[in-house]
Design a protein around this ligand. Structure first.
Ligand SMILES: O=P(O)(O)OP(=O)(O)OP(=O)(O)OC[C@H]1O[C@@H](n2cnc3c(O)ncnc32)[C@H](O)[C@@H]1O
Ligand SMILES: [Mg+2]
Length: 200
């Protein structure tokens, strides 16, 4: 059996990794399956630094190859915020509703044409005796003035993707993965994973 460990405690991300890697024959495990795994502090200033911190810390713990995901929402009118602080934008409790409320409040006076944003995802794959592999994915969208849809996680209900005419929370898993920052990044890593079959 091929098993892949994703160094995340986020159930929303976990679902998306499973949707993409299961059809390739991988059993996907996350840190939700390993409650004793260490908490890695995300002290980096960039998505890449944080993805590497998580991947290296967890790879060391398991002594095997793992993948970590650091991602976030960058809003143009807020000079790229919440960015690397997306998970904890409204406080340490990592509350999706509170994060959305804070963003909507900050954008209250911003007209539709200036509400452009993108989601960013950096993935780091590393393990014992190897140089890390880093890939990135992006997805462009517009921040709505209120929530729409109930799927997904995080900022999905206010992130409208013009290409599909839906918010990310109105998409099913397949639709979101086909255009999302995470889907785009995983597709880049997928080629690497295919070539490394047997190593992972
Ligand atoms: O660090 P791990 O354990 O992976 O889980 P996390 O939720 O803390 O993940 P990050 O540190 O990478 O923070 C990413 C935040 O950005 C937001 N985000 C990332 N990808 C998203 C997506 O696909 N849809 C909606 N929001 C997303 C959401 O608020 C996440 O909590
Ligand atoms: Mg985190």
């Amino acid at each position: 059996m091929k098993e892949m460990i994703i160094a995340t405690k986020n159930a929303g991300k976990a679902k998306e990794f499973i949707e993409i890697f299961s059809p390739m024959g991988y059993t996907v495990k996350t840190l939700l399956d390993f409650p004793d795994a260490p908490d890695i502090e995300e002290t980096g200033a960039t998505f890449e630094e944080n993805a590497l911190l998580k991947a290296e810390g967890i790879a060391k713990y398991f002594n095997r190859i793992v993948i970590a995901d650091d991602s976030g929402l960058a809003i143009d009118a807020l000079e790229g915020r919440p960015g690397v602080y997306s998970a904890r934008y409204a406080g340490e409790s990592k509350d999706d509703e509170a994060n959305i409320a804070k963003v909507l409040e900050e954008l209250k006076e911003v007209p539709e044409e200036k509400r452009t944003a993108h989601f960013h995802c950096t993935l780091a794959l590393t393990g014992p005796c190897m140089e890390p592999v880093i890939v990135e994915g992006m997805c462009d969208g517009v921040i709505l003035t209120e929530k729409r849809g109930t799927s997904g996680f995080g900022y999905d209900p206010i992130f409208y993707v013009p290409a599909l005419g839906k918010t990310m929370a109105e998409m099913n898993g397949e639709e979101k993965n086909s255009i999302s920052h995470r889907g785009n990044a995983i597709r880049k890593l997928r080629e690497w994973v295919k070539n490394a079959e047997g190593v992972i």
